[in-house]
Design a protein around this ligand. Structure first.
Ligand code: AMP
Length: 425
């Protein structure tokens, strides 16, 4: 038997009803904040990710699904392609390629779709997973660097999580600095690590070598005492960066979005500058981050684009759904009517009635004339319908239909033209 590949999974009803609800809420919230959808390809030139996410990150160094595409002509070289491990790089590529910056305005873009990373599969961690993300990006003249953008994004996320019904989320905030102070901080880390690094776990040692900032993110328990004593990034922020971060925090205080500062949160992607953040949830176990994001003021330029500061985030949709389920969320779609044809020749009028109801915005399912009444009732109950509508010869002739409320058992006769209204209420 052929099965779904390790780290991938099928999403089935009724779970998909919850996924739908999450996506519908997200689209509604994004629309209210004037975001518009962008859809970028699922695979891109490999270099896009190595140059944006960063060669030394876990994602690029060991988690990408990459292959050589066959050359189409002899004169051409084979191209290295990669399934997107995240979507910010693709959005910024599209921003550059379509010269979106020429409008001189901010672009507020959101996406919903699958991402791919070859990680060790476990609960909340898959090789194909789904992200709901958004970016605000634009030229500096559109105030794309303003701290109000950071605060607005974080406030929107708090609203979105509240509206999908997630309780007890926590926002962790940090500033990872700007281009200039990042170099100074990395240097300070290198110096502080030098005498102790040989005592650390091999993976943390590798990080210390290639990208010292990522040492802060080492999860090995034995290394934590060393990491605790490393210099703090807040002491290395330059004045504009420090002020920017202070303004973001002041605005969050003003609108009443709670957060805590986590100076060790550096995130797994190299393009971040200044504000970085994660929202976590206790119902998720080890993989507690529901979403992550931050500012990326130099990303466009590192991809040979114009100066286009931006900020964005990606919600792990798999994890958001898990977190909602951990607090007992149920999909609340309910079938309003089950139309039950009763007796030979009744499929035709029943289909016609079901069509009238559905075109009047009633959610309705349809049985079959071969089912006895008892079986129709069983099916209606299994389908979770509120009402069953019997379509027999007498009903069709009189235009009065027997409608039974499956929960209360109450049965009434309803005239055809009043039926849709009755079932919807
Ligand atoms: P990142 O793009 O790494 O900043 O991740 C953003 C969010 O995507 C995380 O907070 C997770 O919720 C989710 N995520 C990342 N990797 C995975 C994965 N392998 N499986 C499921 N969700 C993931």
């Amino acid at each position: 038997m052929i099965k779904a590949v390790r780290g991938t999974r099928d999403l089935l009803p009724p779970d998909t009803d919850l996924w739908d609800r999450v996506e519908t809420s997200a689209r509604e919230v994004f629309a209210r904040y004037n975001y518009h959808e962008i859809r970028t390809p699922i695979f891109e030139d490999t270099q896009l990710f190595s140059r944006s996410v960063g060669e030394d990150t876990d994602i690029v160094s060991k988690e990408m699904f990459t292959w050589e595409d066959k050359a189409r002509a002899q004169s051409e070289k084979a191209q290295s392609l990669t399934l997107r491990p995240e979507n910010t790089a693709g959005v910024v590529r599209a921003y550059i390629e379509h010269r979106l910056g020429d409008t001189g305005t901010l672009h507020k873009l959101y996406y919903i779709g699958p991402q791919f990373r070859r990680e060790r599969p476990q609960k909340g961690r898959y090789r194909q997973f789904y992200q709901i993300g958004a970016e605000i990006i634009g030229p500096p003249s559109a105030a794309s660097e303003s701290p109000v953008r950071d605060a607005e994004v974080l406030e929107m996320l708090a609203t979105l999580l509240d509206e999908v019904g997630l309780r007890d989320w926590k926002l962790q905030l940090n500033s990872v600095g700007c281009a200039a102070d990042r170099a100074r901080y990395n240097q300070a880390l290198r110096e502080a690590l030098q005498p102790v690094v040989h005592r650390m776990d091999p993976d943390c040692q590798r990080r210390a070598e290639t990208n010292p900032l990522r040492v802060l993110d080492c999860k090995v328990p034995e290394d934590q005492p060393i990491i605790e004593k490393l210099p703090k990034i807040s002491e290395y922020l330059d004045e504009p960066c420090r002020l920017h971060f202070a303004q973001v925090r002041a605005m969050l205080d003003e609108v009443g979005v709670p957060y805590s500062i986590n100076e060790r949160m550096v995130r797994g992607l190299d393009y971040y500058t200044r504000t970085t953040f994660e929202f976590t949830h206790g119902g998720l176990g080890a993989q507690s981050a529901v979403l992550g994001g931050g500012r990326y003021d130099g990303l466009s330029e590192s991809l040979e684009g114009p100066k286009a500061p931006g900020i964005g985030f990606a919600i792990g949709e798999d994890r958001l759904v898990l977190a909602l389920q951990s607090q007992g969320a149920q999909p609340e779609k309910q079938l309003q009517a089950f139309v039950a044809p009763l007796g030979a020749g009744m499929n035709r009028p029943a289909l016609k009635l079901a069509r009238e109801l559905r075109r009047s915005r009633v959610t309705a399912d349809l049985g079959d004339e071969n089912f006895r009444l008892k079986k129709s009732f069983e099916l209606a109950e299994k389908a979770g319908a509120r009402f069953i509508v019997i379509v027999g010869e007498n009903e069709v002739a009189s235009g009065q239909f027997a409608v039974k409320n499956l929960a209360s058992g109450e049965q009434v006769q309803v005239a055809r033209r009043e039926l849709a209204e009755y079932l919807r209420k």
